[in-house]
Design a protein around this ligand. Structure first.
Ligand SMILES: [Zn+2]
Length: 225
């Protein structure tokens, strides 16, 4: 997994308040939130221009840049890079286990996907645990709302960006899961925003005052410790 930091600037002499304004205009998403955090951090540590910030970023080791990115992500209410990488690795591992468990016609031994439910498909003849071809198997008690999961798993094969073989059904399911998680995160952030709505005017006023102070008196801050 690769990471990047976007700093929106036109010239190295752009003031950091101008860069902070430009960061506001980035497409909504992680990059925008991270850029704003990093620019505000630069301002509070006495930097004045985009060039100052770029020089600092360039002088950092990859590990230091990663630590800065993590600090900014957490400050913006996002999961750290390690958490995000771990989640991606867990997904790949789960997919491998899932694929390995399937027999040549796509069946696997499954238990009900409902957490805590111990029901499993039963072979009507032998009464034993029967392999099932569902993408995810749900017992009759818990199936409502999960009918799509009961569709047979098919090994539709594609190629990922790195040339690795990927199983399209699994990828589509991962994408659907990621979309659900993004919705949940958006709902959480909206809730938190609503809860803190009274604080916002204060925060914005502080930002604006800080930006104004830096704008009007650049030299005072230049070279400050
Ligand atoms: Zn069940």
């Amino acid at each position: 997994m690769s990471w990047s930091i976007s700093i929106p600037f036109v010239s190295r002499s752009d003031s950091l308040p101008a860069v902070a304004d430009a960061a506001r205009a980035l497409p909504e998403g992680d990059d925008r939130a991270v850029a704003r955090q990093i620019v505000l951090r630069g301002m509070t540590s006495g930097m004045t221009t985009a060039g100052d910030l770029l020089d600092e970023l360039a002088a950092m080791s990859p590990a230091e840049r990663r630590a800065l990115l993590d600090q900014a992500r957490v400050g913006a209410g996002l999961p750290s890079t390690a958490e995000t990488s771990a989640a991606a690795a867990r997904k790949v591992r789960a997919q491998m286990i899932n694929d390995d468990a399937r027999d040549e016609i796509g069946r696997a031994l499954q238990v009900c996907a409902q957490v805590g439910c111990k029901n499993f498909p039963i072979d009507p003849v032998t009464g034993a645990h029967a392999p099932h071809a569902a993408r995810r198997w749900w017992c009759s008690e818990h199936m409502a709302g999960h009918e799509d999961d009961m569709q047979p798993w098919t090994m539709r094969i594609g190629y990922g960006p790195s040339g690795a073989i990927v199983f399209l059904d699994e990828v589509e399911r991962d994408i659907a899961t990621a979309e659900r998680e993004a919705e949940a995160r958006a709902a959480f952030l909206a809730e938190r925003r609503a809860a803190r709505i009274a604080e916002w005017p204060q925060v914005e006023a502080q930002d604006a005052a800080q930006a104004e102070a830096l704008k009007g008196d650049n030299f005072k801050f230049k070279g400050a410790p």
